[in-house]
Design a protein around this ligand. Structure first.
Ligand code: ATP
Ligand code: MG
Length: 724
C-alpha cells in the first residue's frame, strides 16, 4: 500500500497540496481543528523523501504526547510502506533525552542518570525546604516546584536570575539553587532539565550542534502553538542557518499557557523567518456540520484570535446531546449505557472517548465501566508507571543501578517497613548534607563509625546488604526481567502487598505481575544501545509513563483528560463535568486570560468528535470532599440551540410499591420505591430530588437535593418524604 510520489498529492485539497509540495524553505501552516494539519505534516515527510530526495535520517519530527508521536510514526510508515529507520520522531522530551544519552559526558551527567518525575521532584523539594529550615506552610514545596519548572521553561538557571530584595524571590532562588545542586549530586534530572540541558549542551559544544545541524536538514513540528520559550529556542538552534522548519499549529488550540507555552511563538516565527510561507487550511474533514458549528460558536467568544472559520462538506449529522445528570454516578451510568448501545449497533468500544477536565473525575467513570465489565484504558493521570507499588519497585531498581540516587533511597529505605525510623533518617540526611555526599555513602560511613543504636544499625546494614545482593555482579549476567523478578520477591514488597486482602491489594499484586511482563516485552530502543537494559528500561518508564499500561484488551473505551486528547479523534466523544467551577475551573471564572484558555480547551474537546458528541453535566457532585450543588458550564450556553438536543434527565422513576399499587394520592417514599432521580417533597424542606442512597432497613438513608434547602442526608424511616 506504499504511495508513490504522484499518489502523495491525491487525497489532498488544494491548499493542503500546496503545503505538502511547498518549495524547500521555512513554512507555517495555520489552521483550525481537523483541517488536516497532521495529515499534511506526514505527507510532507513522505514528499521530502520521495520527491526531494532526502533520506529518512535527515528528518526530525516533534509533537507533544507519546500517543501522538506513536500515531505519527504509524502514519509515516503506512505511506512509505516501510518503517522510517533513522528518522527521529518523538516528543521534545523524548528527543532531547536521546541527545543526552548520547552525550552524557559532555552534558556533565553520569552515564546512568535517572529521570525524576514530578512526584519525585516534589518529594525532593520537600526535603530541601526542610533542610533549609524554612517553614513548609509558608514556602509550600508545590509552589517551589512551580517556580523552578517555570524558570526552566524560560531557559533560566538559578545563576541567571537576579535575586530581588523581597523574601519571596530570594528564598525561591535559594531553593532553586539548592535543588540544582542536589540533582547534580544524585545524578538525576527532572523533565524541564532534559530540554534545558540539551540546549546548553549545544551552546557549549558547537561541534556537537553542527553534527546535528548537518544531519537534520528538515525539522517538522506539530501543535506548534503549545511550544514554550525554551522549546522554540531549541528548534531555532537546531535549524541554524541551513535547516528548514515546517511548523503546523492552531492558535485556538493553545492549552498549555499555564505551563509556559507561548502562543506568540506562532507570530514570532514569521518575524524570525522572514520569507517563510504561510498556508491556511479551512476545510474540516473530521466532524459533522453540527459539531463544527457548535465548536465555532464557542470559540467565537474569545477575543484576540488570529481568526478563522472552519467549514465542512459533511452533513449536519446528529444533534449534540446534552445530558443533565443528577450526580456523577448518574453521569457515569448514562455514558456507559450509551457506549453499550453503540457497541450493540456494531461500533467498537475504542471508538468512544470520555474526556474530563481533571484526572480525579475518572475514578467514578472507571467504577461504572468496571461494573458493566466494559474494558477501558486510561491515558494520562495516575498511569501505570506512576502507581505507588510500581514506583516502589522502580526505586529499588534505580538504587540497584545508581547508589547516589537519594530520591530512590528515601522512598524505599523503609518500604516495606524494616525498622529504620525517622530519627535514623534524620541523622543520615544531616550527615549527607553536611558532607555533600549521598545517603547511601553516609549510611556506610555512619555504620562504620557505629553511630547508630544496635537495632537501627542492624536494620540499615541489612538494607544495604539487600540492595547489594540485588545488584548483578556484572552487566548481562541477569536479564532485566530476572532482576525485576528478584527485586519484587526479595525486597519484601510482594509479601507486603499480599497482606492486603482487599481488592486494592489484589490490584497492586496484579500491577507487579504486569510490571514483570513489561520488562519481558521491553525492547531497548536504538538510541539506548550503549545503556544497560536496566537503565534503558528505567528511562522508558519515566518518559513513556502510560504507554505501557496493561493493554490486554484490544478494544477498550478511551479515558483521558481534555489536555491529552489534543490532536486525536474519535467517532463518539463524551465530555463530562460541564459545570461551572469544574470546567471552566473555579480560578478561571474571573480571570479573562485563564477563561480564554479554558474555552480553547473546550474547543479542543468538542473538535475531537467525528460523529456524535455528548456534553454531560450534573446537578450535584461530590467535590473537594463534599457534596456540591452544580451549575451548568457557561460554555453550554454558548452553543447555538439549533445544534443541540437536551436529553431530559430521567424522570418518572416511580416504581410500584410493594403491593403494586401506585395511587393517585401522594405516597411516602420507602425502601422499595427509592430511586435516584425520584422527585420528592418534604414537609419542612419542600421539593427535591433523590441523588443517592445508603444502607438498608432501619438504617436506610437518602440524600436529597432540595430546591431551596440544599443537599441533605435523611434517615428514610423518619423523613416522611412524599413521592411527587
Ligand atoms: P487537530 O487540529 O485536531 O490536530 P488536524 O488539523 O491535525 O487536527 P488531521 O488529524 O490531520 O487534522 O485530520 C483530521 C481528519 O481529516 C483525519 O481523519 C484526516 O485523515 C482527515 N483528512 C484530512 N484531510 C483530508 C482530505 N483532504 N481528504 C480526506 N480526509 C482528510
Ligand atoms: Mg493534528
Amino acid at each position: 500500500h506504499k504511495m508513490d510520489v504522484s499518489e502523495l498529492l491525491n487525497d489532498l485539497n488544494k491548499p493542503q497540496r500546496e503545503a505538502v509540495a511547498a518549495p524547500l524553505g521555512h513554512a507555517r501552516i495555520l489552521a483550525g481543528a481537523g483541517s488536516g494539519k497532521t495529515r499534511v505534516l506526514v505527507h510532507r515527510i513522505a514528499w521530502l523523501i520521495q520527491a526531494e530526495g532526502f533520506s529518512a535520517g535527515n528528518i526530525l519530527a516533534v509533537t507533544f504526547t507519546n500517543k501522538a508521536a506513536a500515531e505519527m510514526r504509524g502514519r509515516i510508515e503506512d505511506i512509505l510502506g516501510y518503517p522510517p529507520g533513522g528518522m527521529w520522531v518523538g516528543t521534545f522530551h523524548g528527543l532531547a533525552h536521546r541527545l543526552l544519552r548520547s552525550h552524557w559526558k559532555e552534558a556533565e551527567l553520569p552515564q546512568n542518570f535517572q529521570i525524576l518525575d514530578s512526584d519525585d521532584q516534589l518529594r525532593m523539594l520537600k526535603r530541601i525546604i526542610r533542610a533549609m529550615e524554612l517553614d513548609e506552610a509558608q514556602w509550600p514545596p508545590k509552589q517551589a516546584q512551580w517556580y523552578i519548572n517555570a524558570q526552566k521553561d524560560e531557559g533560566l538557571r538559578a545563576k541567571d536570575i537576579q535575586a530581588g530584595h523581597d523574601p519571596y524571590s530570594k528564598n525561591m532562588l535559594a531553593i532553586y539553587s539548592a535543588y540544582e545542586q542536589a540533582c547534580q549530586r544524585a545524578g538525576v534530572i527532572d523533565f524541564g532539565e532534559i530540554l534545558l540541558r540539551s540546549h546548553e549542551l549545544w551552546l557549549k559544544r558547537p561541534d556537537i550542534l553542527a553534527q546535528y545541524q548537518q544531519r537534520f536538514k528538515q525539522i517538522l513540528v506539530d501543535e506548534f502553538q503549545d511550544t514554550n520559550t525554551l522549546q522554540y529556542a531549541w528548534l531555532r538552534m537546531l535549524a541554524g542557518s541551513s535547516g528548514h522548519l515546517f511548523i503546523v499549529g492552531d492558535d485556538d488550540q493553545s492549552i498549555y499557557g499555564w505551563r509556559g507555552a507561548r502562543i506568540e511563538n506562532i507570530q514570532q516565527f514569521d518575524k524570525d523567518y522572514q520569507g517563510a510561507s504561510t498556508i491556511r487550511l479551512e476545510q474540516n474533514y473530521r466532524s459533522t456540520g453540527n459539531i463544527l458549528k457548535a465548536a465555532n460558536a464557542v470559540i467565537a467568544n474569545n477575543s484576540e484570535r488570529l481568526g478563522k472559520e472552519l467549514w465542512t462538506e459533511d452533513d449536519d449529522g446528529d444533534l449534540i446531546q446534552i445530558y443533565n445528570a443528577y450526580n456523577e454516578r448518574d453521569e457515569a451510568s448514562y455514558l456507559v449505557e450509551q457506549i453499550r448501545k453503540w457497541v450493540e449497533n456494531g461500533g467498537k468500544r475504542s471508538d468512544a472517548a470520555v474526556l474530563y477536565r481533571s484526572n480525579a473525575q475518572s475514578r467514578v467513570i472507571e467504577e461504572a465501566l468496571l461494573q458493566a465489565a466494559m474494558p477501558y484504558r486510561v491515558y494520562g493521570g495516575l498511569r501505570f508507571f506512576e502507581r505507588a507499588e510500581i514506583k516502589d519497585v522502580l526505586s529499588y531498581l534505580r538504587l540497584v543501578s545508581n547508589r547516589l540516587d537519594d530520591a530512590a533511597f528515601e522512598r524505599i529505605v523503609n518500604t516495606p517497613t524494616r525498622g529504620i525510623g525517622a530519627a535514623t533518617l534524620t541523622q543520615l540526611r544531616q550527615y549527607a548534607r553536611e558532607r555533600g555526599i549521598s545517603m547511601w555513602h553516609s549510611a556506610i560511613e555512619m555504620l562504620n563509625a557505629k553511630t547508630f543504636a544496635a537495632r537501627a544499625g542492624n536494620a540499615l546494614a541489612a538494607f544495604l546488604t539487600l540492595i547489594d545482593s540485588l545488584t548483578p555482579e556484572q552487566e548481562g549476567v541477569m536479564s532485566l526481567n530476572e532482576i525485576t523478578q528478584l527485586v519484587i520477591d526479595e525486597s519484601g514488597l510482594k509479601a507486603h502487598y499480599a497482606k492486603d486482602k482487599t481488592e486494592k491489594g489484589q490490584g497492586r499484586l496484579d500491577n507487579l505481575e504486569e510490571l514483570i511482563s513489561a520488562t519481558k516485552q521491553f525492547h531497548k530502543p536504538e538510541e539506548a544501545e550503549d545503556m544497560s537494559d536496566l537503565d534503558a528500561f528505567l528511562a522508558h518508564a519515566a518518559l513513556e509513563a502510560g504507554e505501557n499500561q496493561a493493554d490486554r484488551w484490544e478494544d477498550c473505551v478511551q479515558l483521558m483528560t481534555l489536555h491529552s486528547a489534543k490532536g486525536l479523534e474519535f467517532p463518539i466523544v463524551f465530555m463530562v463535568g460541564m459545570e461551572e467551577g469544574l470546567f471552566p475551573g473555579q480560578k478561571s471564572s474571573d480571570d479573562p486570560v485563564r477563561l480564554a484558555e479554558e474555552r480553547r480547551l473546550c474547543y479542543v474537546g468538542m473538535t475531537r468528535a467525528r460523529k456524535t458528541l455528548y456534553l454531560l453535566f450534573t446537578e450535584s457532585r461530590f467535590l473537594y470532599g463534599q457534596e456540591m450543588m452544580q451549575r451548568p458550564s457557561r460554555f453550554l450556553s454558548e452553543l447555538p440551540s439549533s445544534c443541540t438536543e437536551e436529553v431530559r434527565a430521567r424522570n418518572n422513576h416511580i416504581s410500584p410499591s410493594i403491593n403494586g399499587v401506585r395511587g393517585r394520592e401522594s405516597q411516602t417514599l420507602n425502601e422499595t420505591s427509592i430511586k435516584t432521580g425520584q422527585q420528592v417533597h418534604h414537609q419542612k424542606f419542600g421539593p427535591g430530588v433523590v441523588v443517592d442512597t445508603e444502607g438498608s432497613g432501619k438504617n436506610a438513608r437518602v440524600q436529597v437535593n432540595f430546591k431551596h434547602a440544599g443537599s441533605k442526608w435523611l434517615v428514610l424511616a423518619y423523613a416522611k418524604l412524599d413521592i411527587l
